[in-house]
Design a protein around this ligand. Structure first.
Ligand code: C2E
Ligand code: CA
Ligand code: CA
Length: 500
């Protein structure tokens, strides 16, 4: 073979080899591209997975730290921010404060118009709060109708800081009391605010919130749109009250109450009846006066249970009295608290108790106070009328200390007016009291009402009262409130009612 031919054949072989190598490369390329494509796909899926996870994290974060209704920080985030604020304040000595805000009568709105109304109000409140404070202040929604605002860097001066927060709190109250539109219905509401500054000795964010809430509760006792600063003395009173409340629950359970009886006499000194007055016989502290616990019982609603017990014990006693000539004509006066009287089943309770103890209703006299008449006059009159028709008597206690007005007196089916002891105390020396008593008696007699004076301690007081036309008397001069054995013994032996 010629040299040229040999060269050509070698070239052809090389070309072939190159072609084969090229094809192999192309194949490899295609393979790589395929893998690249697969990788891109994997990448894309990964990216969208990461995005999805990120949005889930945001969602979880939102749920964990923000209130879904108002989108404000929730309790958890608030506590977190408060902790940071407290640490900062301890470091830079700048004052900080917490405002605890609660709407008045929110439950009534929810109950009357439904939850949508309530929610719409809460959203609008949140907006107003946020727009009334600085961006750096934390406005949080604890749930329900409770909002908290945290203020930082209020300066180094404690008093100035207090004044500043007070101004903000007033501004907030004003902003929140402007009218709202709830599903196109106009609505207005008031709020109550409790304030606490970051002063030591506050140990934790939770404690700070608790104290601010206590101050808010105090503000709530006022008319609405009120604010109160937390005061450590407040805490002491509240703890003492909480202890008393616990002890009272035990007292109800263990039946630690007893009725004492104080005689009521006519102008000749003859006993015509008695008032029963509750005593708490405490296992350690001994006898406790009702002035130390009745108000709390009224506030907590425990008075309903206690009131039932008093009425039942009084009627049981009337039944005993019916069996003896010395006591069978006595009328027994029972104090009834406003809460008890306004119970829808009050009339039924009284009727059932009279029936259970087989008592003619005329021997039972219920003592009401003027204050309880002003609330719902019509309902009060209706309840009184029902019982009056049965023969139950009514006496208006502490007369002259409340909102006495002739207008309502005329409407009430009353039998008696009880002149408050504050007018009797100084009647011998105080011309003003003498005139008041004179006027009360004249007015009562024109309305044909019996008048009883309470707190009569001396013969002189009784004489003056009698000269003015008072017909019935009660007070230490005739007998102190005593346990039933002593009272009954005195009735049998015709007085005097001695102390135990
Ligand atoms: P109240 O109904 O005005 O009772 C008259 C209070 O004056 C009684 O106080 C009585 O012990 C006291 N007192 C009577 N005579 C004299 C006197 O000559 N001088 C002086 N300085 N005081 C006299 P007490 O027993 O401590 O009762 C206080 C209040 O507690 C009662 O005032 C009444 O509002 C309430 N309370 C007592 N028992 C009951 C009850 O069973 N139910 C309810 N809801 N309240 C009751
Ligand atoms: Ca009374
Ligand atoms: Ca009284």
């Amino acid at each position: 073979m010629s040299q040229a031919l040999q060269k050509k054949s070698a070239l052809e072989t090389k070309n072939l080899a190159l072609l084969i190598a090229n094809e192999e490369l192309a194949l490899k390329n295609a393979e790589i591209e395929k893998q690249l494509f697969a990788l891109t796909l994997v990448n894309q899926t990964l990216a969208s997975k990461i995005e999805e996870m990120e949005s889930q994290i945001v969602e979880i974060n939102d749920l964990a730290f923000y209130d879904p209704l108002t989108h404000l920080p929730n309790r958890r985030l608030l506590l977190d921010r408060l902790q940071i604020a407290l640490t900062n304040s301890a470091r830079n000595k700048q004052e900080g404060a917490v405002i605890y805000l609660n709407l008045d009568n929110f439950k009534a709105l929810n109950d009357t118009y439904g939850q949508n109304f309530g929610n719409s109000l809460l959203q609008q409140i949140a907006e107003r709060l946020v727009s009334s404070v600085r961006v750096s202040d934390t406005v949080a929604h604890l749930g329900g109708d409770e909002f908290v605002i945290v203020f930082q860097t209020l300066g180094l001066n404690n008093l100035k800081a207090a004044g500043h927060v007070r101004t903000i709190a007033k501004k907030l109250l004003k902003a929140l009391s402007k009218p709202y539109r709830l599903e196109s219905i106009p609505y207005e509401c008031t709020s109550s605010i409790g304030i606490i500054l970051f002063n030591p000795p506050v140990s934790s964010p939770t404690e700070l919130l608790q104290h601010a809430a206590i101050a808010m509760q105090q503000a709530k006792k006022e008319e609405g749109n009120s604010l109160r600063f937390y005061d450590p003395k407040m805490q002491e009173t509240i703890s003492a009250r909480a202890d008393l409340e616990d002890e009272l629950r035990t007292a109800i359970e263990k039946k630690q109450f007893q009725l004492y009886y104080q005689v009521q006499v006519d102008g000749t000194g003859k006993a015509v009846g008695a008032e029963c007055l509750i005593r708490w016989i405490h296992p350690e502290r001994g006898l406790i006066s009702p002035t130390d616990f009745i108000a709390l019982c009224e506030e907590t609603g425990m008075i309903i249970t206690i009131g039932h017990w008093v009425l039942d014990a009084a009627c049981a006693q009337l039944n005993e009295w019916q069996k003896h000539p010395s006591t069978r004509d006595l009328v027994l006066a029972v104090n009834v608290s406003a809460k008890q009287f306004s119970q829808p089943d009050f009339v039924k309770q009284v009727v059932l108790t009279l029936y259970r103890h087989n008592i003619p209703p005329k021997f039972l006299k219920l003592e009401l106070t003027e204050g309880m008449l002003v609330h719902d006059m019509d309902a009060t009159i209706r309840t009184m009328q029902k019982l009056c028709k049965l023969g139950v008597q009514f006496s208006l206690d502490d007369f002259g200390t409340g909102y006495s007005s002739l207008q309502y007196l005329k409407k009430l089916p009353l039998h008696q007016i009880k002149i408050d002891q504050s007018f009797v105390r100084d009647i011998a020396h105080n011309a003003h009291d003498k005139t008041i008593v004179h006027t009360i008696i004249a007015m009562a007699s024109s309305m044909e009402l019996n008048v009883i004076a309470e707190g009569v301690e001396t013969e002189e007081q009784q004489q003056i009262l009698m000269n003015k036309g008072c017909s019935t008397f009660q007070g230490y001069y005739f007998g102190r409130p005593v346990p039933i054995e002593i009272f009954d013994a005195a009735m049998k032996s015709n007085y005097p009612v001695q102390e135990p």
